[in-house]
Each structure stands twice: as structure tokens, then as C-alpha cells.
Design a protein around this ligand. Structure first.
Ligand code: ADP
Ligand code: MG
Length: 274
């Protein structure tokens, strides 16, 4: 089983869109996939047609100890399950503040549910923060994918994010790898997108080999801006069902192939130094 955290502490960069369409694309290939929604805004749950507000069967209850993972994950399509969230999940941060082992609640819940046997992939949609929920995702994950929107400030947040990942790798989860940076909301043909992409490559290449990001790779797949991707959530469908011929469907299809074939392309950030 591969457990992938889709993470960036910025909002609006394509985390949810990537989580949903990566999960749905993998499921279409016959992989058994569970998408775990770790954002209290519940966008990925809603994107797949699950409105969990008011239900006790949410990932919040897994953190609170009221439900097992198996009780909350639901089948939404062939091979695709969702562990939905709702606004209650916003309370988890405070509720876990003094809890021993609070970083490992999700990991333990997945182990108790024997998730390894049930799924080929787990995809986790993280909230736009480096909160305890995100740390739980990183502790349960085997890899991280970082969606990035190519604009002027994109690289500023990236080093912070990679440092956090490296810290978690060193202290809490030795098997964690950054499998790639994914350019989302990509404006083909614009000067800005090309410049930022060049800067990103240079930033990665020029990094100290000991730095957390020196080994990170940029996915060849780029997710172009496509209105169909923004429309699909309101129909409760992935891009593959909503607009199969669209550029969004082509781009996420390409990402799915890259994830499946590429496996884990990057050595652990700071693994050697750890
Ligand atoms: P995040 O989860 O990082 O906050 P989202 O995936 O929710 O980001 O994307 C933010 C907004 O941009 C959403 O309205 C989404 O539908 C839209 N969006 C995401 N990716 C694309 C894209 N490639 N083309 C057009 N709209 C997109
Ligand atoms: Mg989101």
C-alpha cells in the first residue's frame, strides 16, 4: 500500500482537486483507493458527493475515538472509498493538544483497520496549514506530493514546507519521501509560468545536497488551468466522469500514470543526515 499526503500550507493551490482526481484516476485503473479528507472544509468529501455534516461517521470521530476507520469510510464508486470530514474536524487541533502520541492517531487507526490489506492506495487531502492534522497525515504517509501554483511567491512557502517534511522524516516517520512537486493551475504559454518553473528547477538543483529539497523532482505532468476542473465539484464527480475529453482529464490521467509508474522517485529528504 502507498499512502500519499497531498500537502501545501497554502490554500487554493490545487490540493483538493489533485486529491480527488488522483484518487479517482487510480480507482479507474482497478486500484483500491481510499481518500481521507483531512480538511474541516470537507471540499474533497463534497467533491465526491458526500455531505457528512451532522453525521457521526466522519474522520473527526476517528480522531475523537468515537468511531473506527472502517465505520466511517464509505464506498462512493467502484474501488473508491472516502473517509469524509466536516467542520467538527476543526476542533481536533485543540482536543489533541495535550494527548500523548497525538501525531500518530491516524496512523494507529489505519493500522487497527488493517488498511494495508484493504487498499492499494490511500490519498490524504491536507488542510491549508501545518496543523496537527497535517502532521498526522505526514506520520501516516509513505510519501508527499506538493501541488504548487506557479506564481511569484510560490517558492517562499515551499522551503518552509520541505523543512517541515524533513523534520517529520527525521523525528517521526523515517519512511516518508517527497515523491514530487506538481505544478497546478498552470497557464501554458505565459511568461510567468515558464519563469517560475525555471526558478523552481534552479532552486531544487542549486540546493545544498543536505538540504531537505535537494532531491525533489517536479512531475512532468502539469495541470493546466481548465474550467471543467472547477465545475466538476458541484456535480459531485471526478474530472474523468464529468469531462472525460477535457485537458483536466488528460493532465490528471498523465499524473496518475506518473504516480503509478514512477513510484517513489526521490530519496528521503535529509535521510542521509538523519
Ligand atoms: P486547495 O485544496 O489547495 O485549496 P483546490 O483544489 O480547492 O485548492 O483549488 C482551488 C480552486 O481552484 C477550486 O475552486 C478549484 O476548483 C479550482 N481549480 C483547481 N485546479 C484547477 C485547474 N487546474 N483549473 C481550473 N480551476 C482549478
Ligand atoms: Mg482543499
Amino acid at each position: 500500500m502507498r499512502t500519499i499526503a497531498i500537502m501545501n500550507q497554502k490554500g487554493g493551490v490545487g490540493k483538493t482537486t489533485t486529491s480527488v482526481n488522483l484518487a479517482a484516476g487510480l480507482a479507474r485503473q482497478g486500484q483500491r483507493v481510499c481518500l481521507i479528507d483531512l480538511d474541516p472544509q470537507a471540499h474533497s468529501s463534497i467533491h465526491l458527493g458526500i455531505e457528512a455534516a451532522g453525521s457521526p461517521d466522519t474522520i473527526y470521530q476517528v480522531f475523537a475515538g468515537g468511531r473506527t476507520f472502517d465505520q466511517v469510510r464509505q464506498l462512493v464508486k467502484e474501488n473508491l472509498w472516502v473517509a469524509p470530514s466536516d467542520l467538527d474536524l476543526a476542533a481536533t487541533e485543540l482536543e489533541l493538544v495535550d494527548a500523548a502520541g497525538r501525531e500518530f492517531v491516524l496512523k494507529a487507526a489505519l493500522e487497527r483497520a488493517d488498511a494495508e490489506q484493504q487498499f492499494d492506495y490511500i490519498v490524504m487531502d491536507c488542510p491549508p496549514s501545518l496543523s496537527v492534522l497535517t502532521i498526522n497525515a505526514l506520520c501516516a504517509a509513505s510519501e508527499v506530493i506538493i501541488p504548487l501554483q506557479p506564481h511569484f511567491f510560490a517558492l517562499q512557502g515551499l522551503s518552509k514546507l520541505l523543512e517541515t517534511t524533513a523534520l517529520v522524516t527525521r523525528r517521526l516517520n523515517r519512511r516518508l519521501r517527497v515523491s514530487g512537486i506538481l505544478l497546478c493551475l498552470y497557464e501554458t504559454g505565459t511568461r510567468l509560468a515558464a519563469d517560475v518553473t525555471d526558478d523552481l528547477m534552479r532552486f531544487l538543483q542549486a540546493s545544498d545536497p543536505q538540504s531537505p529539497w535537494s532531491q525533489a523532482r517536479v512531475f512532468n505532468s502539469r495541470i493546466r488551468r481548465n474550467i471543467k476542473l472547477a465545475e466538476a465539484p458541484s456535480f459531485g464527480q471526478s474530472i474523468f466522469d464529468y469531462a472525460p475529453g477535457s485537458s483536466g482529464s488528460i493532465d490528471y490521467g498523465s499524473l496518475v500514470s506518473e504516480v503509478v509508474s514512477g513510484g517513489i522517485a526521490i530519496p528521503a529528504p535529509l535521510a542521509a543526515a538523519a
